[in-house]
Design a protein around this ligand. Structure first.
Ligand code: ARG
Length: 283
């Protein structure tokens, strides 16, 4: 669909500066605690992403980073938000578990009427990708399949379970990206046969990304409906996006990749344009 007209809509993101970023434990195959990390470079690269979002007209709210929580920069894992309903994460690993309370506090302080605490393990937008009215829900490595029912009840949206089978793609947002309300891109090698069948039925025109671009975390991308922010190393996927009428915007987050995260992991999308902070505060 090369001539599909694309329209960007202003988005609202929650991010967390990697002030305390480090790789001092390994909870995914990308993390090597013996390899050096440059926290200053991580902050610099992250600032570039934040500035890009603002340059493209998006709103960025910031959550205060907490010492001792080196993965907190990956705000996508903190909560899933649809309209005024929020489901807080419950992390699989104890190293990240304390992050959840900070998201709970933030969304409660913003005045969200429904802030649900999770009973089952779910790593929020890391495994939950909102595509239009549907939520695609990953499982296999982090989020419990039982959590998917809890998500459906809390957000009151249909939920489609997708099973991940390759440990390098341990969160759904490392293997699939939402490009618009009806379009996705994904790396087929990350999914079980049954999940691939579901994806083919739901999205027959999806962009299929190759292994090399998937390994560059190309699918860890954020779309505003026209611009797609993604790691600048995913060149093949960037070409595919152009062909489909999107405008790829490459970002270098190489330092954060050492923890197994990139653009999308650093971005929690708040999907309620009508509920601005002020409106929530007075309401
Ligand atoms: N080191 C983090 C972890 O393993 C990276 C999280 C990446 N976040 C994401 N949304 N995929 O939990």
């Amino acid at each position: 669909m090369p001539n599909t007209p694309r329209h960007a809509t202003p988005r609202h993101y929650l991010m967390c500066r990697p002030t305390h970023f480090d790789v001092n434990y390994a909870i995914n195959p990308w993390m090597d605690p013996t390899a050096p990390v440059d926290p200053e470079l991580a902050v610099k690269q992250w600032e570039q992403l934040r500035e890009l979002y603002q340059q493209y007209g998006h709103t960025v709210d910031l959550l205060d980073p907490v010492p001792g929580l080196p993965d907190m920069v990956f705000s996508a894992n903190g909560a899933t938000v649809v309209e005024d309903r929020v489901l807080i994460a419950r992390f699989r690993h104890e190293e990240r578990a304390p992050e959840a309370a900070h998201y709970q506090e933030w969304f409660t302080a913003q005045g969200y009427p429904e802030v649900h605490t999770a009973r089952y393990i779910n790593e929020a937008e890391g495994d939950y990708i909102v595509v239009g009215d549907t939520v695609l829900a990953g499982t296999g490595f982090r989020t419990d399949p039982e959590a998917h029912g809890e998500l459906r009840r809390a957000l009151r949206r249909p939920v489609v379970t997708l099973t991940l089978v390759d440990p390098r793609f341990y969160h759904l947002d490392t293997a699939l990206a939402a490009l618009s309300d009806t379009e996705v891109a994904y790396y087929p090698g990350a999914f079980s046969e049954g999940s691939l069948e579901a994806l083919r039925i739901l999205y027959p025109d999806a962009i299929l990304v190759d292994e090399q671009d998937a390994l560059s975390f190309g699918l860890n991308a954020v779309s505003d409906g026209h611009h797609v922010f993604l790691p600048d190393t995913a060149e093949g996927f960037a070409r595919q996006l152009w062909e489909h009428g999107f405008e790829p915007v490459g970002v270098d987050l190489s330092e954060l990749l050492k923890a197994g995260g990139s653009v999308k992991c650093c971005t929690l999308e708040i999907r309620h344009p009508a509920l601005s902070r002020t409106a929530l505060a007075v309401g």
